[in-house]
Design a protein around this ligand. Structure first.
Ligand code: SF4
Length: 384
């Protein structure tokens, strides 16, 4: 069996204003012991997970966060070695091994060490090419760092770079957004993710939106309509630049779709390691506890780090098939799903087709292209 591996590194240099992730700013001294705990979790997992499936091999690895590039390259390598030793990497095709990195954390030395350790893809949290927006969002890097980071990675030998942008940052205008997408297309990463800002109550922005204030520029967030327009504009611009739109938030040059993330949308198995990491073995889902100090202490003492474990019931699996599968622009095979789950979705699908929310091409069900920016609402309709 081919599986994905996700490594969560929940540390950051600062807290971005829009962030709702379980990440923290901690002393650098905690990085090394945390990496050791992840290695130990991996070593102990092999026997336990996937029913002890000895044939399980890893074909994608994704280090996410947080800011995994804050860990020393030697610590990152140790974790990769633990995966290689514990599970083995799939033969017959190079595994895709991604490291998320913030542009300002990249040096030529680090990039060379990452490549030597086995990483072959770097995902850069670019977010914007406007210094004003980056500053207001609490990011540590500036526009110039993005160009330097891309040049450094290319010079080191990386041939697969992804860049994220956020539509809807404070102070963003249509002009600044077009500038960001335009500059990104010029840098020409192989893969692009565009997220529409959602303000979570737990973030600095969310709290300021509720309580008032100006410290985080909540009042300068563009309207929902402006954000949706920015997203639509990027769809056209990226297509013109040669990118294939394959998932609501993701584009790739031909041959450069994210193999790891495709596993999530296709409900393929993956194991997550580290504080807060999620796993799915095809039957059940589980997650590690979020607190990184408790996580490391539990691993040290041989205590389980699992916070939740849940067998996915049949009706939940059906919802996942639709909710996750329809995020892909190619859609889902409705006949396959109906057969697999013994359901007839004809009436519901016909109704939604008439409302223009989804389209049926043969047996292939897709979200309507002009509803991608409001996909969550459409998916909720479909499942209701
Ligand atoms: S770098 Fe990412 S994870 Fe860290 S605070 Fe910013 S948005 Fe959150």
């Amino acid at each position: 069996m081919k599986i994905g591996a996700y490594i969560q590194v929940p540390f950051c240099q600062t807290k971005c204003t829009y962030c709702n992730f379980h990440t923290g700013v901690v002393s650098r001294e905690r990085y090394g012991p945390y990496a050791d705990a992840v290695c130990r979790e991996i070593a102990e997992a092999k026997a336990r997970e996937l029913g002890g499936d000895r044939a399980a091999e890893i074909d994608t690895v994704y280090f996410g966060g947080g800011t995994p590039s804050l860990l020393e390259p030697a610590a990152l390598r140790k974790i990769l070695d633990a995966l290689r030793g514990g599970f083995g990497f799939a033969r017959g095709g190079e595994p895709e091994i991604t490291l998320e990195a913030d542009p300002e954390t990249i040096t030529g030395e680090k990039a060379a060490a990452w490549l030597a350790a086995g990483f072959n893809r770097v995902s850069l949290g670019v977010q914007s090419f406007s210094d004003r927006e980056l500053k207001a969002a609490g990011r540590m890097h500036r526009r110039a760092d993005i160009f330097t980071a891309a040049d450094t990675l290319r010079a080191a030998g990386f041939r697969n770079i992804s860049m994220d942008l956020i539509a809807g940052l404070a102070h963003q205008t249509r002009v600044s957004w077009e500038e960001s997408v335009g500059r990104l297309a010029e840098v020409r990463p192989e893969h692009v993710s565009i997220y529409m800002l959602e303000i979570d109550e737990g973030s600095h922005l969310g709290k300021e939106s509720l309580a008032g204030g100006s410290r985080y520029s909540a009042g300068a967030i563009p309207s929902d309509d402006a954000i949706a327009d920015a997203y639509e504009w990027s769809r056209v611009a990226l297509r013109a630049a040669g990118y294939e739109h394959y998932e609501i938030s993701n584009w790739g040059l031909p041959g450069f779709r994210s193999r790891h993330n495709l596993k999530y949308w296709r409900r393929e198995p993956y194991l997550g390691f580290g504080a807060g990491a999620h796993s799915f073995d095809g039957v059940k889902r589980w997650a590690n506890l979020h607190d990184s100090a408790r996580y490391a202490a539990n691993i040290e003492q041989g205590i389980s780090t699992r916070e939740q474990e849940q067998v996915v019931r049949r009706e939940e699996a059906l919802e996942e098939e639709l909710f996750l599968g329809l995020r892909q622009l190619e859609g889902v095979d409705l006949a396959r799903i109906e057969n697999l789950y013994g359901v007839d979705l004809t009436a519901r699908v016909t109704e939604l087709c008439e409302q223009g929310l989804v389209e049926l091409h043969g047996a292939q069900l897709k979200l309507a292209p002009d509803r991608l920016s409001v996909s969550n609402g459409v998916l909720v309709e479909l499942l209701s």
